[in-house]
Design a protein around this ligand. Structure first.
Ligand code: FES
Ligand code: FES
Length: 165
């Protein structure tokens, strides 16, 4: 039997009626058309489906939509403040060649966002540890690690300038 839930995604509220077995990933992609969040393995191994729920990084493929009713969810579509201005993490991924096929990118960026919200100046080792749940089949990881280091610096500068986000 369907259950009525309310999802708060990137600040927008959605009232939905969903079967209790449907995952957050399915509801984001299929019901809300927020297809930036990807579905890779579907079993918690690849990180392509990573989103932030109440400030914690979660695999949306393993999370039931009914279990996050009323919680604050952030997806890659909510990283940039407007449709025109990219988040520093997104800019750095582009500028540092950290995107090839792009399938892992949203999950990588959300893991980077989670890492940098808890550790604004991570070492290379801390960045690599922060990405340990995210797989990339294309880049060899080095450009992604570099991009996150550059993003951290940009975000620290934005924060000093009063533009924290
Ligand atoms: S799709 Fe969720 S971890 Fe791979
Ligand atoms: S860019 Fe293709 S999987 Fe990472």
């Amino acid at each position: 039997m369907k259950q009525q839930i309310e999802l708060i995604v990137n600040g927008d509220r959605y009232s939905l009626s969903v079967e209790p077995w449907r995952t957050l990933n399915e509801v984001l992609r299929d019901d809300l058309n927020l297809t930036g969040t990807k579905l890779g393995c579907g079993s918690g191994d690849c990180g392509a489906c990573t989103v932030i729920v109440d400030g914690r990084s979660v695999s949306s493929c393993l999370t039931l939509a009914v279990s996050v009713s009323g919680r604050d969810i952030r997806t890659v579509e909510g990283l940039a403040r407007s449709g025109e201005e990219l988040h520093a993490i997104q800019e750095s991924f582009i500028e540092n060649g950290a995107i090839q096929c792009g399938f892992c990118t949203a999950g990588m960026e959300m893991s980077a966002y989670y890492l940098l919200s808890h550790n604004p100046a991570p070492s290379e080792g801390e960045i690599r540890a922060g990405l340990s749940g995210n797989l990339c089949r294309c880049t060899g990881y080095n450009q992604i690690v570099e991009a996150i280091g550059v993003a951290a610096e940009k975000m620290r500068n934005q924060s000093k300038a009063g533009g924290e986000r």
